[in-house]
Design a protein around this ligand. Structure first.
Ligand code: GRF
Length: 201
């Protein structure tokens, strides 16, 4: 399967997927990385992998539609089977998503449907939950609302801050995202309404 990675920050999830591809755990090929933040750490990371990097600065575009169309045109030649949003901090429109129906997945640092949106770890700490975690899901137009593929849980301690919790969740994000991409690339996943089947060993 041909994979295009999307990231906005340091890119540790993108790196985990890249490394799993290199190690042969994921039956795929990384075609490119799309990044919307000039200077983000994931850009140098991707360059060290010798893959094409597409930096798209939203401020350079008159509209969200023009921004998204540029991305669609830039990645079209790769004929991607899978787009992996890995800390990509932009919401993709239904129009963009319709070009890659059921082929876009995302990782969110909370146990959806709890704590959608930004600062999910902070939301969890403030809510006083005792269990938090991460969710890998298919992307739909509604934010953080698509069919859930895999989740992993971590304990929340009384001493936790959003940073200590985020660090604990991140250790689970990497293997969870890699496992989800593995399953997708092996054609193991099917979607029935809002349910994903094929995730159990
Ligand atoms: C991760 O916590 C991810 O769940 C969230 O943003 C963070 C990205 O981290 N969407 P990285 O860029 O993959 O290291």
């Amino acid at each position: 399967k041909k994979i295009v990675l999307f990231a906005s920050g340091r890119g540790s999830n993108a790196e985990a997927i890249h490394d799993a591809v290199v190690e042969g755990m994921i039956n795929g090929e990384i075609m490119a990385l799309v990044c919307d933040i000039p200077g983000a750490g994931c850009i140098d990371l991707a360059k060290s992998w010798d893959i094409p990097v597409i930096v798209v600065d939203r401020k350079q575009f008159d509209s969200k539609d023009a921004f998204e169309q540029f991305i669609l045109d830039a990645i079209a030649p790769y004929e991607a089977d899978l787009l992996c949003l890995a800390g990509f901090m932009r919401l993709l429109s239904g129009k963009f998503i319709s070009h890659y129906e059921h082929k876009i997945i995302n990782i969110h640092p909370a146990l959806l449907p709890s704590f959608r949106g930004l600062h999910a770890q902070r939301q969890a700490v403030e809510a006083g939950v005792k269990i938090a975690g991460c969710t890998v899901h298919f992307v739909v137009a509604d934010m953080d609302a698509g069919p859930i593929i895999l989740q992993s849980a971590v304990p929340v301690y009384e001493s936790d801050t959003e940073d200590t919790l985020a660090a604990r969740i991140l250790t689970k994000e990497h293997p969870t995202y890699v496992r989800a991409v593995e399953l997708f690339c092996e054609d193991k996943l099917t979607i029935e309404g809002n349910l994903v089947k094929g995730t159990e060993d």
